[in-house]
Write a protein that binds this ligand. Structure first.
Ligand code: MRU
Length: 314
């Protein structure tokens, strides 16, 4: 399955707001519609946003729309701005966008193999993950979930534990859907169960993706990643970040400088469209958190393993 592609002069993407109920595609022909799709998470996940940004520049070349609002449509994942900049700097934005699409497919295959090799060294067969880092967050095959897919294909995956990922439930709606399609053994857990289940020995490793990795290794990823990192450290299990080189942002020195998107109260005070808090309840809704580098065992990219636990940095 291609999560995002360029078909007959338009961007075609899986409408992730409709999953797991329906697998439907959107055909996007304007930058304005692309920004809307990005902001309501019809397309999401850092690598997929990179491809969307680059393809959006190709659309803009046809429609004459400005690209600055696209570049800023979501602030935390560096890949979106990166993809826009890459295509904008190219004489042929569409050709560059298609290259980025193909590079993502190859990068995910490489990360899957390298990550599964590293987990084999740790004799890890039961893994825990948060959010959705699968094919739906990339073009075809995922980052952290790509590693889990490779483990499954190698016949060494005993179980994947997926956090549901409040408030938008990417784990429940998307990761559980992808794991079921793979035929991989998995169970869903509520977010707050993660650290406790690690303490009880329920997983041998935690695998997450990343939205932006600072120069010192601090890593922004879906809210809930930091508490899993704390739980992994306490339980003594490896905590691995799986992300392409394009998610490393050397211009950002540490995690403190990463802009964390706050998506507003509505997603917190309601669930699946049903209000769950009293009228007028205020809420904080950071969509991402930052895991400090010293809680990360290693970052696995498409080119290398960066052993933060041995003092290496990106
Ligand atoms: O808000 P989302 O769903 O776009 O958040 C996605 C994540 O946090 C992913 O873990 C990250 O983008 C890496 S995807 C391979």
């Amino acid at each position: 399955m291609r999560t995002i592609d360029w078909v007959d002069g338009a961007i075609t993407l899986v409408d992730q707001t409709r999953l797991p109920g329906e697998l439907t595609y959107l055909r996007i022909t304007t930058v304005a519609d692309l920004i809307d799709a990005i902001q309501r998470l019809a397309v999401r996940g850092a690598p997929a946003l990179g491809v969307a940004g680059a393809m959006g520049v190709a659309l803009a070349a046809r429609t004459g729309e400005p690209i600055a609002p696209l570049r800023a449509a979501r602030p935390t994942a560096v890949n979106l701005a990166w993809g826009v900049d890459q295509a904008a700097a190219s004489a042929d934005p569409l050709a560059r966008a298609l290259e980025i699409r193909d590079e993502d497919i190859a990068a995910c295959l490489a990360m899957g193999a390298r990550g599964a090799d590293l987990l084999a060294e740790h004799a890890a067969t039961r893994v825990m993950t948060v959010c959705n880092t699968g094919g739906l967050a990339t073009v075809e095959r995922g980052t952290a979930l790509g590693v889990i897919q490779t483990m499954h294909e190698r016949g060494v995956l005993a179980e994947a534990l997926a956090l549901e990922t409040r408030p938008l439930l990417q784990g429940a709606r998307l990761t559980a859907w992808e794991l079921a399609r793979m035929g991989a053994p998995h169970r869903l857990i509520v977010d707050s169960a993660g650290p406790f289940l690690l303490a009880r020995g329920a997983a041998d490793a935690v695998l997450i993706g990343a939205d932006r990795i600072a120069a010192n290794g601090d890593t922004a990823n879906k809210i809930g990643s930091y508490s899993l990192a704390l739980g992994a450290r306490r339980a003594g299990v490896p905590f691995l970040v799986i992300a392409p080189e394009t998610t490393i942002d050397l211009a950002t020195p540490t995690g403190d400088a990463i802009h964390i998107e706050d998506r507003g109260a509505a997603e917190v005070v309601s669930l699946g469209g049903v209000k769950i808090a009293p009228d007028g309840t205020q809420a904080l809704n950071p969509a991402f958190d930052v895991t400090p580098a010293d809680l990360i065992t290693a970052i696995v990219t498409d080119r290398r393993v960066i052993r933060l636990d041995r003092g290496e940095t990106p």
